[in-house]
Ligand binder design. Structure first.
Ligand code: FES
Ligand code: FES
Length: 157
């Protein structure tokens, strides 16, 4: 039995320890906001947070997540997450949407560690997240807008 904490809740899963975390989240727990893209850590569609940091769940065995806090797009809640969601909505970042939960998980991780990321910092932090619809310019703008709004709140960044 694999014991996980997902979005703050303890979960016990009777699955192969080598099962990718992505499948445990999507197929076993029904958390389908995390997407499957490449399966080889190249596209970022499957990013979730493990102990607060974004990583590709498609190449992370579910056993590696035991004892860690896993957060998916469905459960990510913080001042940073709210600022990112608001900026994404205001700037209409999303096109088809497929890559966007992964993009948002990386953006939150970035802003948690950098209150005022410049283009270079954004490009570096987001390089693992591909977007076939080419929304990169709006993503960059939305990250800057979220950062500005967090600084204006004087809250968590
Ligand atoms: S599906 Fe995991 S990085 Fe592409
Ligand atoms: S919005 Fe379509 S892949 Fe990014």
């Amino acid at each position: 039995m694999i014991k996980l904490t997902v979005n703050g809740e303890p979960r016990s899963l009777d699955v192969d320890p080598d099962m990718p975390l992505l499948w445990a989240l999507r197929d076993v727990l029904g958390l389908t906001g995390t997407k499957y893209g490449c399966g080889i850590a190249r596209c970022g569609a499957c990013y979730v947070h493990m102990d607060g940091h974004a990583l590709p769940s498609c190449v992370t065995p579910v056993s590696a997540a035991e004892g860690k806090a896993i957060t998916t797009i469905e459960g990510v809640e913080s001042d940073t997450a709210r600022a990112v969601r608001a900026a994404w909505a205001e700037l209409n970042v999303v096109q088809c949407g497929y890559c966007q939960s992964g993009q948002i998980m990386s953006a939150i991780d970035l802003l948690n560690g950098n209150a005022e990321p410049d283009d270079a910092a954004i490009n570096a932090a987001m390089q693992g997240n591909l977007c076939r619809c080419n929304t990169y310019a709006r993503i960059r703008q939305a990250i800057k807008q979220a950062a500005a709004s967090l600084r204006a709140q004087g809250g968590e960044a």
